[in-house]
Design a protein around this ligand. Structure first.
Ligand SMILES: Nc1ncnc2c1ncn2[C@@H]1O[C@H](COP(=O)(O)OP(=O)(O)OP(=O)(O)O)[C@@H](O)[C@H]1O
Ligand SMILES: [Mg+2]
Length: 251
């Protein structure tokens, strides 16, 4: 379903992502792990059209989607969350989710929504759907509150819900549980499982190894921009190269 072929990105003298290739089957959870600075976020930025690739290509369901900008990729069913939250603090939780539906709405600007009867009806439907998605992770009770007044944990969940509102085929999650407590972490893990069971393909960047090992179908390990290993959680757990990269420090 998703095929990454020889992706490469350079920043000046640094090759942040160096000839990375892998394939992900539909509805699978594919983790990309590696030490800080390994190139994981840069890889997500290329797949999601934030950075132009210096080499290689990205294929989704057989179509070449390399270097399509993020705002166009959403129409191809690709969306992502950010390592640093990108939530609109002055909007309510509900409004943030409604932004995610933007691709389906008649009017792209929310304030124009509330005019005709037809648009009111549309707003009602999307609000219902948004409340359903918020309910999946238990934050529907905050729907009418301004995002900036809420805790970090709630905003991390909100970011995933907003991404889901685009009805993606592929969702890229960059450290979705960083900074969350164990309870919030298991709630997000459960949501990711539900999403994948719904045939959405998931790319998961995460430092929480327990979560990665429990959730992933396959794992790609990056180290200094290169692919160090790829395999099932069991294969990765027992791979001497991986153990060395994590425990042996920088070489
Ligand atoms: N916009 C940029 N300009 C210059 N260098 C960059 C840029 N983005 C990333 N880099 C460099 O590319 C390398 C990979 O960074 P990246 O953020 O992709 O790592 P990461 O694996 O996501 O790390 P972390 O686990 O800390 O999030 C690093 O050496 C980083 O300094
Ligand atoms: Mg990163």
């Amino acid at each position: 379903m998703l095929e990454i072929r020889n992706l490469t990105k350079r920043f000046g003298g640094v090759t942040a992502v160096d000839d990375i290739s892998f394939r992900v089957a539909k509805g699978h959870i594919h983790a990309v792990i590696g030490p800080n600075g390994a190139g994981k976020t840069t890889l997500v930025n290329m797949i999601s059209g934030v950075y132009r690739c210096d080499g290689g290509s990205v294929w989704l369901d057989g179509a070449d989607i390399t270097n399509i900008p993020t705002d166009r990729l959403v129409y191809r069913g690709v969306c992502r969350t950010f390592q640093n939250l990108e939530i609109c603090g002055r909007m309510t939780v509900l409004e943030n989710v409604l932004l995610g539906f933007d691709r389906y709405m008649n009017k792209s600007l929310l304030p124009t929504l509330f005019r005709s009867r037809q648009l009111l009806e549309e707003e009602r439907r999307y609000t219902e759907r948004a409340m359903h998605l918020l309910g999946l992770i238990g934050i529907e009770k905050y729907a009418r509150q301004e995002a900036r007044n809420l805790s970090y944990g709630i905003l991390k969940k909100l970011e995933i819900v907003r991404a889901l509102a685009t009805s993606p085929e592929l969702i890229l999650l960059d450290e979705p549980v960083a900074g969350l407590n164990p309870k919030e972490t298991s709630e997000v893990a459960e949501l990711i499982r539900t999403v994948a069971a719904d045939e959405v393909t998931v790319i998961l960047i995460e430092h929480d190894m327990r979560m990665v090992m429990e959730l992933s179908d396959r794992i790609t390990v990056m180290h200094f921009g290169k692919k160090l290993a790829e395999g099932t959680p069991d294969e990765i757990r027992n791979d001497p190269k991986v153990i060395e990269a994590y425990l042996g420090g920088n070489k």
